[in-house]
Ligand binder design. Sequence first.
Ligand code: IPM
Ligand code: MN
Length: 358
Amino acid sequence: MKKDIAILAGDGIGPEVMMAALEILNAVADKFNHQFTTNEGLIGGAAFQRFQTHLPEETIAICKSADAILFGSVGGPIAEQQNPKWKNCEANSLLGLRKHFQFSVNYRPAKVYPALQDFCPLKNELIKDGCDLLIIRELVGDIYFGEHKFYQEGELRAASDLATYNENQIRIAIQAAFKAAKLRKQKVTSVDKANVLHTSKLWREIMEEEAQLHPEIKWEHQLVDNCAMQIVKNPAQFDVIVCPNLFGDILSDIAAVLPGSLGLTPSASINPEGFGMYEPSGGSAPDIAGLGIANPIAQILSVAMMLNFSFNLTQEAEAIENAVNQTLEAGFRTKDLTLVGQSSLSTTEITKEIISRL
Ligand code: IPM
Ligand code: MN
C-alpha cells in the first residue's frame, strides 16, 4: 500500500516522540511491504516563529494533500503564555484544524495495562475486572463553536458563549459510538445534562432514535456530573462513552489518568469523509522537552490508530499494539512510569525495544 502522511510534530516533546513514531512507521513499512511517504508541516509555536500564525495556510495545504495527519503536540511553558508565540497556541492550532477539516468525531481510549496496574491512581480492587473504555467526543459543535462575545451589562463587564447543536451533528457522534461498541463490549453510555440543557434534551432524543436501530447493543443515559463520578468510582462499568464536545473535553481528561501516564494514550479525530488526524492525548510537556526522556508510546499508538482507521491496516495496527504490550510486560519503562531511584529508558531506547518486538 502507498500512503502519504502529513507530519505535524509541533512543540515541546512533539518532535522527539514524533521521531520515535516515524521509526515505528518505517519498521511497519519494511515488515509489511508498504510505502509511506511523509510531508512535514509547521504548527503551533514552531509555526508562529516562522509565519506569525499558529496554523499557516501552507500547513493546511500539506494536510489537504495527505491521506492522514499525524500530529505531535503544541504549546509552550505556562510562565510564557502571554508571549504571542504561545498565546492561544493550542486553541488556534487544534480548533483551526478541527474546523477546517470538520473532524467531527474524536476517539479517546483509556485503558489500564495489566503490567501497569500500580500506576493507576485508583485502588486495585476498583480495576481488578479490567478497565478499558473509549470516549467518543463530538468535536465540531457545542459551546466550542457557537458565538463567543464580551459585552457590557451597563457598568458591568459580561461575556457569553453560545452552545448549539443540530441533530445531524449529534447523530454523527452517536452513530460512531454504536459502530465502535459493536467491535468492543456492546455497550454505549450517552452523556448529557438533560436535566438542564436543551442541547442535551435533543442529544437524548437522537440517542434514543439511534439506539432503536441497534437492539443488540446495551445502552444508557448518564448525566455528566454522575458520569464524572462513575469514571473514578467504577470505570469497569463502561465500554463506549459518547458525549458532547465540552463534556467530552473534561471527561477525557479524567479518564486519561486511569492508565497512569499521559504518555500512554493516543487519540483520533475523524471527519465524515473518513479523513483523520491522530495525536497523543497529552500535551507538549515543555518541562521535559529536549531531554530525550519523553514517553513515545502515545505517539506510537497514534500511528496504530492511523493505520487502523485511515488505511484499514488492522493487522499492522495490531502488530504495533502487541509490540507495545510486550515491551511493557517485559518491564521496560520510560521515566514517567518509574518510581524515584529506579532506572528508566530514554525515548530512543524504548522505541528500539518496541521495534525489536514488532
Ligand atoms: C483537547 C484540548 C483542546 C480542547 C484545547 C487545547 C482547545 O484541551 O484537545 O482536549 O479543549 O479541545
Ligand atoms: Mn482537553
